[in-house]
Design a protein around this ligand. Structure first.
Ligand code: AMP
Ligand code: MG
Length: 404
């Protein structure tokens, strides 16, 4: 049995990045960039109004101003702003020549004869109110102030989220180069499990791991290749794993990894020439977690109990998959104070306990009967770590939590 940190290190050092491919921008969500994305233009590409209002000379702000033009967004201004003149301007429109500030429309009034007046003048000293002494509130976004042509806007290794897609769209990166997503086979094992649409007989249960892992992969943007249930018969399971290995980069099995007479998975993997890098980890739930490698392909034998399988996928499978996709995975880990005392009897394993993050900013374990408690994870926002050797934690103690 090895410690979690060691298992994590083995997984993190195992992977090689998959090949790269170009994908359409709209299909790139959840992929990892395989090259830096550079901008092909300045952003903003011109001095741009940040407000709906009137573009004028700052020096004239206290005066009545003649409106010489209306400038909608997208239009090139035709007039140059002279003394005591202004142009009505919309948010996103080009600042006309001669103007150096924009007065917000809310701070103006029309005085007739196509003229306007700034209404936020401080009466006693008859000057315009400005937001800061050093930098008057000019309401202009200047050419290139966000991005200059050639700037790297997204770095290689970025896991693409919706906000990154916006950046790529704005710089014309319509076919980003990304790492290929891994092909992942899912094979639940067990003689007692039946697919969810079947009513189990008295000695059976439904296969919940299959759908759960397919969903965990989907949440990462990976379409699983579901191979169906492998029965606890050596030949059948062996043939299925071999086929899955040939057609995929990673094979995920559940069940058949504990100490029972019919827990055949580790031996089958070995006879299929997988080198097992670990077979047991000091983590609860999920002690019998198996990780193997054959050539540049990988397999996980995840535990049969659904909570264990879920947690071990989060802790170990996910980092491997992201590594193959070109990214060093950063789980959303942070510390929260414990909302109430916690006790456990044994302390030889690192425990990850399903928990709720409360509105008060504390973490509280959910009611949880162990790794077979199928709906134990349901109300949990995350899992909290109880380190090896610790049997008691007091309310208010800061502990590591991870969002799930
Ligand atoms: P095993 O490691 O195969 O002995 O499985 C451990 C426990 O998990 C047993 O109680 C199994 O019935 C249960 N289990 C195994 N596979 C699944 C599955 N796909 N869905 C739900 N429970 C399962
Ligand atoms: Mg089994």
């Amino acid at each position: 049995m090895i410690k979690f940190e060691e298992a994590y290190r083995i997984v993190s050092e195992a992977g090689i990045k998959l090949s790269t491919e170009k994908v359409l921008l709209n299909n790139s969500l959840g992929c990892v960039l395989a090259e830096d994305v550079k901008s092909d233009m300045n952003m903003p590409p011109f001095d741009k109004s940040a407000m709906d209002g009137y573009a004028c000379k700052e020096a004239d702000m206290a005066n009545e101003l003649e409106v010489v033009e209306v400038i909608p967004a997208g239009k090139i201004p035709e007039k140059t702003i002279g003394k005591n003149q202004c142009a009505k301007i919309m948010t996103g429109a080009m600042i006309p020549e001669g103007a150096d500030c924009v007065i917000m429309v809310e701070h103006t009034e029309e005085t007739g004869n196509n003229k306007i007046r700034y209404t936020k003048i401080i009466p006693e000293i008859n000057v315009c109110e400005v937001e800061s002494e050093n930098k008057p509130n000019v309401n202009i976004c200047y050419l290139g102030e966000d991005i200059e042509t050639g700037n790297v806007v997204l770095e290689k290794g970025t896991l693409i989220k919706a906000q990154h897609i916006a950046t790529m769209a704005s710089v014309g990166s319509i076919e980003p180069l990304v790492y290929r997503k891994p092909k992942v086979a899912v094979i639940p094992t067990g003689d007692e499990i039946v697919e969810p649409h079947i009513k189990p007989n008295i000695s059976q249960i439904r296969n919940s791991n299959g759908a759960q892992i397919v969903a965990q992969l989907k949440a990462m943007g990976i379409e699983a290749n579901y191979f169906g249930i492998a029965r606890d018969t050596e030949n059948v399971t062996m043939d299925l794993i071999q086929k899955a290995y040939e057609e995929n980069d990673v094979v995920l099995l559940t069940g058949g990894v504990s100490m029972g007479d019919f827990d055949l998975v580790p031996e089958i993997l070995k006879s299929l020439k997988f080198e097992l890098l670990f077979e047991s980890i000091a983590v609860q739930p999920g002690k019998p977690t198996v990780f193997g490698k054959r050539g540049d392909k990988f397999c996980f034998g995840l535990p049969g109990n659904p909570v264990s399988s879920f947690v071990q996928f989060e802790l170990l499978t996910k980092p491997l998959l992201y590594l193959l996709m070109g990214q060093k995975y950063k789980p959303f880990n942070f510390k929260l104070p414990l909302g109430k005392d916690y006790r456990r009897r044994k302390a030889e394993r690192l425990s990850w306990v399903p928990a709720i993050f409360t509105q008060e900013g504390t973490v509280v374990p959910v009611e949880y009967h162990g790794s077979a408690h199928i709906n134990g994870l349901g109300p949990a926002d995350g899992i909290m770590a109880v380190p090896i050797g610790v049997t008691e934690l007091k309310e208010g103690e800061l502990i590591n939590v991870r969002q799930i």
